[in-house]
Structures are given as structure tokens and as C-alpha cells.
Design a protein around this ligand. Sequence first.
Ligand SMILES: [Zn+2]
Length: 175
Amino acid sequence: MTGHHGFAQQEWFEYLEGTLPPAQRAHLSAHLDSCPQCAQLLHQIRAWEQKVEEEARSLVLHVERHPYDLDRMSTEMMCRIRLDSPPALAARGMVFAEAVRLLQSVLDPLCGKGAAASAVRMAAERTGGWLDRRLSSERWPVFVRNLGEGVGAVYGVPAQLLIERVGALVAAEVE
Ligand SMILES: [Zn+2]
């Protein structure tokens, strides 16, 4: 996809994440100052990320008390998240940064933001391909397994199952 006014979907998420390289960041920043459409899209993506965080938090809280509900609750969560996707992105699959964002949101309430971010980074390093920021969809299941194992080792089997389950649902969406 050519993206929005020349910016790829991946760049928007990396911009919000603060991981976009400085030159690209400056370029996108300058564009945002002069383009209301893109400024609105960024606003929608940020709102969507907050929605994802809320959904993930309530999933984690619920499943901690009712582990047998994991399949149903996570499937319903994915449906709601996709329905609330910004219109400009909804018709498309998830880019890697978007999918990672989702899994990290599930981890945040489990282990805190700092630990969640480093678990994701370690799993990505174990999987390889993090440096070019383009883990392909074939590598996604390996990434999810590595993340599940890493989290499970510290936070236990329920945390691992949660990551594997949500990771499998996301797999259907990753481009
Ligand atoms: Zn624009």
C-alpha cells in the first residue's frame, strides 16, 4: 500500500511508539503540522490504541478470575478492536507494529509497562529480524511462542496461554 499521503501505516505506529528514526520522524512531524487529514488519522490511531489498552486490561482481569473464558473473551475482544479500527486502516490487515502494540497492551496489566516492553524486545531479538522492523507474517508464530515462553517463565502458565491465544488471533490479521 502506498500509505497515507506517502507515509506507510507502519510509520504511524512507530511515530506514536517513539521508535521512528529521527529523520523520518521530523518529516512526518512537519507533514502533520500542515495536513489536517493526517493529523486526524494520527488522533484516531491514538484513540484506538487507548481502546486496545482498555480492552486488554479488562480481558486480563477477567481471565485471571475465569481462565475457562479465555477463548470466548479473547475472540470477542478481537472483534471489538477490529470494529473500532480507524476507518482508514480498518479495511487492511495489521502491520507488524500494530500487532506488537496489541500484544504489549495485553502484557502491560500483567507485568507493568517497562517489563512488558522489554519482554517484547527480548522475544523479538530471539526471533530475529527486529532490526529491520519487518518481521514477516511467517515469523509471527515464532515471535508469539518466544514471547509466551519468556512471559510464562516469569509470570506463569496462565500468562503464557493468554499471550499465545491473543497471538494466534492476531496471526489471522497480520499482513
Ligand atoms: Zn497528509
